[in-house]
Design a protein around this ligand. Structure first.
Ligand code: FES
Length: 100
């Protein structure tokens, strides 16, 4: 069980607990922390987040919605991301400027 801290949430910086077998998206939903999503299958890109700190495992996900350049910058899809250490994440993608 790892602790994941959400750094940019509008109600403070909530923390959630997440098993390494549970996706960050499911853990956040249980805690009432909203991450937008649609497919839960790594295909739509709506659940994209940025990892600020920590290790994680990434499940299969579309390179169309998460290209290699973004992967190297620690962007990931919450529905396909499983923590391997305590983490800090950013959810609000509107704050990020990046090319896709
Ligand atoms: S919900 Fe579609 S990629 Fe995560």
């Amino acid at each position: 069980m790892f602790t994941v801290k959400v750094m940019d949430y509008n109600e403070g910086n909530p923390e959630l607990s997440c098993h390494d077998s549970e996706s960050l998206l499911d853990a956040a939903n249980k805690r009432g922390i909203k991450i937008p999503y649609a497919c839960k299958g790594g295909g739509c890109g709506m659940c994209k987040i940025k990892v600020e700190e920590g290790d994680f495992e990434r499940g299969p996900s579309s390179k169309e919605v998460l290209p290699d350049a973004e992967r190297t910058m620690n962007y990931t899809l919450a529905c396909k991301t499983y923590p391997k250490s305590d983490m800090k994440i950013l959810i609000d993608m509107s704050k990020f400027i990046h090319s896709s």
